[in-house]
Design a protein. Structure first.
Length: 251
């Protein structure tokens, strides 16, 4: 079921982002998921004209939704404005309105360094807005057995062993930080208030095939799948595969 455009490419191959960009363009079902995520990200941004930084822009197209967005990636990639490491941000203090990212936090091997750096660069009232994998009864089954990335909700460590810039990961990290170890996170990073965690998307990303597999459903079924997921919202803590997490920078 691997998508032919990425079959055989190493996860740390810099050509992978370009191929994934083509996949999103060619899969209307998947593109609509990204559009929904990006719309929700924009709605969570604080007002103002200060710049917004996207970490891990990769194959995405969030720049179409946020004028003047600073796009970045850990490896050189077409259409990316800045090559940077998320644990060492090349910005002065208090200059950013927000940091945004999609499926990136769980790849950061040193999340403490990222939150400290973001706390330095994001101004008071600013935000971090993330779309990330989530831990639920359903996602434990899917991510644990059907996904190529590591998914370990039981680990005591926030850090993950450094492998490659894109291959290192723990898909359970966002849940670990903001639910299981929430009090610990709040103690270590009092400048970041956990403003909201919105759970969702138990099926649509899976049946879309994501950015590495062939689609399992035709694009015309997207509205039906969305209606099913909306009906499931009261039980999303058991079924969610993703979450939108918004942190607010305290003064």
């Amino acid at each position: 079921m691997a998508h032919p455009l990425t079959r055989g490419l190493d996860l740390d191959d810099p050509r992978l982002n370009e191929q994934r960009r083509r996949i999103i363009e060619q899969k209307p079902f998947l593109r609509r998921i990204y559009e929904e995520w990006y719309t929700a990200t924009v709605e969570a941004l604080p007002p103002g004209n200060a710049p917004v930084l996207e970490i891990g822009s990769g194959a995405g197209f969030l720049r179409d939704f946020i004028p003047g967005l600073i796009t970045s990636e850990v490896l050189p990639s077409r259409g990316v404005g800045v090559v940077l490491d998320g644990t060492r941000l090349p910005f002065a203090g208090d200059v950013l309105r927000a940091v945004v990212m999609t499926n990136v936090l769980h790849h950061l091997t040193q999340p403490r360094q990222f939150f400290a750096e973001a706390g330095r660069c994001v101004r008071s009232g600013g935000a971090i807005v993330m779309i990330e994998p989530w831990v639920s009864s359903w996602s434990r089954l899917v991510y644990g057995r059907l996904h190529h990335e590591p998914f370990d909700p039981e680990t005591l460590a926030w850090e993950t062993p450094p492998t490659g810039p894109l291959s290192g990961a723990n898909g359970a990290l966002p849940w670990i930080l903001f639910v299981r170890d929430r009090s610990r996170f709040e103690k270590e990073f009092p400048m970041w208030a956990i403003e909201s965690i919105r759970l969702g998307m138990p099926f649509r990303y899976l049946v879309s095939g994501g950015i590495s597999m062939r689609s399992l459903m035709p694009s015309f079924t997207f509205p039906a799948w969305r209606r099913v997921e909306l009906l499931m919202e009261p039980w999303m803590s058991r079924w969610a595969m993703f979450a939108q997490i918004t942190l607010r920078r305290r003064g």
